[in-house]
Design a protein around this ligand. Structure first.
Ligand SMILES: [Zn+2]
Length: 141
């Protein structure tokens, strides 16, 4: 399955290849202080391949807070947050927002609350290496 998503204005777009086709897509409603404010709900497939296309990279605000090990990609034009990246041991990992999906049957989404508050930094990075998309490529828009 090829899952496409984008911010509202289309400046940040992604295509996530998810093989084999998912019977359901985990959708983690994050309760961190930032995601609470913008309604962040994330998914990832550690075996997936993510292609990201930025029309104008200067209009992507990269927001980090707390441990500053992850960057939220906020579209500076429309305010949507389609993805988060984390560079760990030289490799770029990512999760994408199910709210930014386009044309995906919502009944595929299995929404669950998730909380990573209080997680120690080493455990946090190890979890990302296990669960986040490990093949992230920027392509021409
Ligand atoms: Zn936008």
């Amino acid at each position: 399955m090829l899952i496409r998503g984008r911010c509202h204005c289309g400046n940040i777009a992604f295509a996530l290849a998810w093989e084999p086709d998912p019977a359901e897509i985990p959708a983690r409603a994050c309760d961190c202080t930032f995601c609470t404010k913008h309604g962040g709900v994330w998914t990832s497939n550690p075996k997936g391949t993510l292609e990201v296309a930025l029309k104008d990279a200067s209009l992507v605000s990269r927001y980090a807070f707390g441990t500053r090990t992850a960057e939220f990609h906020v579209c500076a034009r429309c305010g949507i947050v389609p993805m988060v990246t984390s560079r760990i041991d030289g490799r770029l990992y990512a999760v994408v927002s199910v709210n930014a999906f386009e044309g995906v049957d919502p009944s595929l989404l299995r929404r669950t609350p998730s909380s990573f508050e209080g997680e120690e930094e080493g455990a946090r990075l190890a979890r990302r290496k296990r669960n986040w998309i490990a093949d992230v490529r920027y392509v021409e828009a």
